[in-house]
Write a new protein. Sequence first.
Length: 342
Amino acid sequence: MAIRTTTLATLLGGLAAAPALAQDLTISVYGIAQDEYREALYEPFEEMCDCTLTVETGNNSERLAKLEANAAAPVIDVIAFSDAAALEAANAGLLAPLDMAQVPNAEDIYDFAKDPIGGGMALGYTFYATSTVAVAGEAQIASWTDLLSDGVVDRLALPNITTTQGPLALYMIQRALDPEAAEAGDFTGAIDLVAEHRDEIVTFYERSSQIPQLMQQGEILATAIGRFAWPGVANLPVGAEWIIPEEGQSGGLNVLAVVEGAQNVEQAHRFIDYWLSEEVQTKLAEMGADSPVNTGVELSDDQAEGLTYGADMAEQIHFLPPAVQIENREDWLAQWNEKVAR
């Protein structure tokens, strides 16, 4: 196959890159699970379209910076972003509105994924839940605030505010305290509650990969993690449970968008439509690469173990709106640094 994979480190200086061939595509994605994407998505699409895909990888901030640097002469056709990063790009005029008539498979995805940043600028392609996990029989979690209760808080690991999971956990704690404030992005109550117990909490973790060892060694009984990290905890002999408190669970959404000024807009829409198809979404889910947004995907219990899967779980997720994230994240960080990290 003719797929070319390039990291941003080799491309940030290439602002005057040559334009793509008429039907070829350059896509910008996260660097994870690229072997699975190549097998389930990239190579089948190349065969179908008789074209070449060039794949660039990097994190949100790196790839957003490249879009900004190349705004006058874009080298990317399709980009995968978090919903908040996509909204930032759209607000900066870096994304083009989608022609939904060219993406018929969008009719088959969850409603929350159909226009997640507004203006018809993006479509969700995968999502995940964030909830509480606790050792069965050792920690009773009925509400998100129970993480900070006596007998739990001194065996608790919470995500740091600088991680993806940090604001999501605070969002749900705030929902337990004051749902109206939570929806407005005011996490003052949640941050104050965490600050009150900061010396008791075992750690504010930076990577979810820390959690299995902490739980296995008995240092923690409870935590809040993304569903993608659950397989590393589920099989521990301590007997951990995925618990959805009465306020529900939070989660994140990744989206696809066409870059403003892209050379191959029609082909870009075709690629997005193929990514959202039941066929591709099923393959990626079966490989454990993505939680599917296509409602037609059917998985066995074993296949769904590490994924956010099914209408029941999807309905229990409270997504933190991307506009709220952008507007409030500097305030969250300032409060955290003043009250928790001091």
